[in-house]
Design a protein around this ligand. Sequence first.
Ligand code: ADP
Ligand code: ZN
Ligand code: ZN
Length: 728
Amino acid sequence: MACTIADVAIGVPKRTLFDYLIADTVPEIGARVLVPFGRRKLVGIVLGLKEQSNWPVDKLKPIEQVLDQQPVFSPAMLTMLKWASQYYQHPIGDVLQSALPVLLRNGKSSQMPAILIWQCSESGQQTDEAELKRSPKQQQLLLLLKQQPMPDSELKQQFSSAIINALHKKALIEQQHIIPELENYWHHQLQISSGPNPGIEQSLAITGITSHLDRFHPVLLEGVTGSGKTEVYLQAIEPLLKQAKQVLILVPEIGLTPQTVQRFKTRFNAPVGLLHSNLTDNERLAVWRQAKEGQLAIVIGTRSAIFTPFKQLGMIIVDEEHDNSYKQQDGFRYHGRDLAAVRARQQNIPLLLGSATPSLESLHNALSNKYQHFQLQQRAGVAQIARQQVFDIKNQPLQFGIAKGMQDRMAAHLQQGNQVMVFINRRGFAPSLLCHHCGYVEMCHRCDKSYTLHKGLNKLQCHHCGDAKHIPQHCHDCQSPQLISMGVGTEQLEQGLNQLFPAYKSIRIDSDNIRSKSRFHQMLEDINQGEYQILIGTQILAKGHHFPKVTLVLIVDVDGALFSMDFRAAENLSQLITQVAGRAGRAEQPGEMWLQSHHPEHPLLQDLLNNGYGHFARYALQERKLAQLPPFSFQALVRAEANSANKAHQFLQLAQQYFIDANEVISMGPFPALMEKRQGRYRMQLLLQSPNRASLQKALFNAIPQIENRPESSQIRWSVDVDPQDFT
Ligand code: ADP
Ligand code: ZN
Ligand code: ZN
């Protein structure tokens, strides 16, 4: 019997597939179809074909249209995405939608668009170009097209439209729409320019990686900033490109610099596709198509680039693999690095994770021999890492958050013509409006958080819900007019530094003022040109950019992270400190870095400063082991939020019932989230933990559908986060 019914995944929050009757065309598995769903028409993905349905056939609706002749998902990709749907407990329809460029979700064609080409006509072929000698340009054009047809876009770079139109009018040339040849031309034009001779540590890594190119072979490359990790990537992928295999490189959200891209392009003379959040939908689709057809040698992209289809993928590289931007924080909560590992295993190709400050998860895999481990301890260039020290600010008068002693250091560096970077860890800062008389702090009542003072806007704004109001003139409680600001934010710091150092120009770099990527790169350019002497910034400055003229880095407050309830805060702070220290200064002028703290004796700080990140991380792993925290256990977080704390709490208690009998899984809570209230909603969490990943998976697999079937579950906002990174 022939298959008459298709299993279709649709982007609705349901875990089931939907049955549709096959009309005239039998769709391929992995192809998109247009189907009626309620009153709407939706794009779905065919996941199976079958002869019978559990539903009466007369209740089934037919597929309206098959959108793809060739599937948009290869079998390998479908395997990975089905796995991800199960592992992250997220409905398959939505997983598949998330993995497609927006235009394909909306039903646009997945095929390469036709391009306009010009060719010589019959009469053109028979015409002697000497007849055109009155117009040498026309002559040249005819001669060119006699040899081979040319795309319109290329022709227009050499000839004006007037010249082209003139020959067209004479019917000597004609146009045609064609689908471009899908062969990977780049492979034939590969030209490998020579890089530097690798050092010993680099050589070991390159050989280690390139001797296992034909199979799944995970490698952690732990190398201090500037130790030549990128150079290792370049040399390790060379043999793959020569075999016409493609390479996927994942990079953090902000870490994609034009210099890096240029390095890959020029080394190989091969096409590199970029995928980041600033592309238009059309650009995104173009890269997707080209990668799928094998026309791109290398794709460099942020988190979601892990879903890019390839004709022949040869390796996945995850640069700065510790970076938190690899974890998607809402909807389909996948981890880009972890999916990279799954994809590499399924496609039987090598996986290369690189970082100066590896995540404890990856370091654990390396130390337990699951991953091959290479270390680069020497810096490749001549640059040195900034010297790191703590400045005790207990009982010190602070001006704009900066101690007098530190102001003096800054002045000394500035006077020598160097740049100074002042760094605020956003987690630890809360500039708010305080009554000097009674201590009352203006609070957002929807979030139970203090408002942030924006002098520029003359407003108080809640950073958690966005609520804004005018700055009051009097204290809400005692009516005193003595309202002062408390704590230091980037904005106030900028003003303060302008006051303290009026002779120097400062620039503030935070997410508020780098909306556009080109503007951000312009800022970086200006900084390196020496336009500014004082740089004020947040985490963003720690990612991927080198600041050779910066010789002093000051981290205003590290205490927030030392005493955080989030068990990863110390790891994240250490990564940040190490990353920043590695990006400042150069050979002649090695930088210095100061951390202001009320707790200079803190063992974590001391270990990090005296022994470096690698030592700290190994010590932190011991601690995690004792505490049975990840990576020595596996976690999932059930989050719930409601307009009353009680409602969220009750729901999670109900959810907890479904884990009681689970083998090897303990549930903790429900307890309030680190941020208890946000946008007027109370937020609670239930933490599930197991020493065994499979046990946790099994428990979730049993419990989640049952919880979903409870009527209570549709009356509350809730979600599951597997391997949660963020407990706020
Ligand atoms: P990372 O990616 O670890 O930050 P890079 O690969 O960017 O390091 O290397 C830092 C600098 O050192 C770059 O300018 C690079 O060209 C240079 N470099 C890398 N390896 C070598 C080498 N073996 N010999 C000389 N210079 C090198
Ligand atoms: Zn008051
Ligand atoms: Zn608020």
